[in-house]
Every structure is written in structure tokens, then in C-alpha cells.
Design a protein around this ligand. Structure first.
Ligand code: CIR
Length: 265
């Protein structure tokens, strides 16, 4: 039985995931040209992504599929977890607003007694723009998240003892397309896409764009995309174990490893 350090330590490790919609290929594109999506391969990659989380000790919970919502597989954008509070987001892309209902309905079923807060229009905020590093929450202000969304989010986060730092994002879709954080809090990113690296306490540049995204699986293990072998090698050199998954079909839609799940500890 594969059990991660996190689960051995008795930490709660749930991950929300959502089955790809049958119209996945019609997902939103902002910075990339549309290229054909192999839907069958996407389903296989998704299953392997879910299997990788489970192999590392996560219990995955499937949010009922939102068929017809092409981007619904990117479930991270719909909800942000702050301790015991689920913040339902207000997607910046109109085509994605219908994704929230199903995620909202799934929260009570987790049986965690979570508080629920919501970001309301005209505020917009995508979960992909929210990066938590300890008690600091970086929020990207860009194409999907607006100032009013950040204002609402800040009030929710500050009330729960988090510090909120807003970061401009214009070169990529979401803040977390450009930067994520290692278990020790070092923020990693692909420098040409990071506008203000000095906003992060510790910043480390990685050599590939898709190498900027890691999912923390435990204090010593991260999940990365197979498309970033040089970045994976760099992170292994820092003493981490790197688990890789091929998510090529989701990368064609500007998705990365983080956005395919919501981790709840
Ligand atoms: C979108 O444009 O909304 C989707 N095609 C991709 C969303 C990726 N989400 C993320 O990085 N958090």
C-alpha cells in the first residue's frame, strides 16, 4: 500500500477532481493557438493523474461532472480552500460560471463541516490565481481575477488570519500558470512570465514554462508535468521526490498540474 508521509502523519488529504466534459476540446484559450485535443487520451491522462494522487495517499472525491462545461475539469478554479472555509469563486470567463453550482453542492458531502463563502459579481476570481504559501495568500490580478474579486477575497482571508498580497498577472492565464510553491515555501516560476518576482519572499527560476507548476503531495514530494524534465531535475537536486504525469491534452488548453484538483488537508 502506497502511503505518503502526509497520510502517515495523520494529515487529512482529500482531493476534489472532476471528470473531463465531453466538449473538453472547446475549452477557453487566451495565450495559445487552438490545436486538436485527443479526448480519449485526455480521459486516460486524467485517470492517471487521479491514480497518482491516490498512490501518494490522497483520497480523491469526484465532483459530479458538469457536461457541457468544457473547462470544468479544471476544478481548482471553482473553489479556494482556506483552512476550514471553502471560498466559491466567481469565474472570470463567462463560459465557466455554471461550474460553481456543482462544486458548491459537493462541499457539504465532504462532511468536514466547512464554512462556505462566495465571491460575487461584479467581482471575479479564479482559483488558479490564488497561491497559498503558509499564511500568505498571493492573488493574481489579471484577465480572470479583477480588483473587486480581490477585495472580496481579501476580506474573507484576512478574517481567517491570512495575509493577502496582490500580484499583477498579464503574461499568462493565471498566477499559478507562472508561479507555484515548493513544500518549503520557495516560490518557483519561469522567469520570463513572472512580472514581479521581488514580491515573493524566496524566488527560484525554473528552466521551462510548464516546470513552474508543482502540486505539493507531502513535505518531501511534488507532482509535476512530464513536459518539464529539466525543471523536475532541478527540483530533485534540491532534495525533493518528483512524481510526474503526462497532461499534454490539458496543457493544450492552458491547464497545468495544479488546476486538475483541489487539495484539502
Ligand atoms: C481556461 O481558460 O479557463 C481553461 N482553458 C484553463 C484553465 C486552467 N486553470 C488553471 O490553470 N487553474
Amino acid at each position: 500500500l502506497a502511503r505518503s508521509a502526509a497520510s502517515r502523519a495523520g494529515m487529512r488529504t482529500l482531493a476534489l477532481v472532476r471528470l473531463p466534459s465531453s466538449n473538453l476540446a472547446e475549452g477557453e484559450l487566451t495565450h495559445l493557438e487552438r490545436t486538436p485535443i485527443d479526448a480519449e487520451l485526455a480521459d486516460t491522462q486524467w485517470e492517471k493523474y487521479v491514480a497518482a494522487l491516490e498512490a501518494e495517499g490522497f483520497t480523491t472525491v469526484e465532483v459530479p461532472a458538469a457536461d457541457g462545461f468544457a473547462d470544468s475539469v479544471f476544478v481548482e478554479d471553482a473553489v479556494v480552500i482556506l483552512d476550514n472555509t471553502a471560498v466559491l469563486t466567481s469565474p472570470g470567463a463567462e463560459s465557466r460560471r455554471g461550474e460553481i453550482e456543482g462544486v458548491a453542492a459537493a462541499i457539504p458531502g465532504l462532511d468536514l463541516g466547512m464554512d462556505v463563502e462566495t465571491i460575487e459579481l461584479p467581482g471575479t476570481l479564479d482559483g488558479g490565481d490564488v497561491l497559498k504559501v503558509g499564511r500568505t495568500v498571493y492573488v493574481g490580478r489579471g484577465g480572470r481575477t479583477n480588483a473587486e474579486g480581490i477585495r472580496q477575497f481579501r476580506a474573507i482571508a484576512i478574517a481567517r488570519g491570512f495575509e493577502v498580497v496582490a500580484v499583477p498577472v498579464s503574461r499568462v492565464l493565471h498566477l499559478k500558470s507562472a508561479v507555484t510553491a515548493l513544500p518549503d515555501g520557495t516560490v518557483i516560476g519561469y522567469a520570463p512570465l513572472v512580472e514581479r518576482p521581488e514580491l515573493f519572499t524566496r524566488f527560484l527560476a525554473v528552466p521551462e514554462e510548464t516546470g513552474a507548476a508543482v502540486v505539493v503531495l507531502s513535505p518531501d514530494t511534488v507532482l509535476m508535468a512530464a513536459s518539464a524534465p529539466l525543471s523536475a531535475a532541478l527540483i530533485e537536486d534540491l532534495g525533493y521526490r518528483v512524481v510526474t504525469v503526462d497532461i499534454s491534452e490539458f496543457e493544450k488548453l492552458e491547464g497545468c498540474v495544479t488546476c486538475l484538483s483541489v487539495r484539502i488537508r
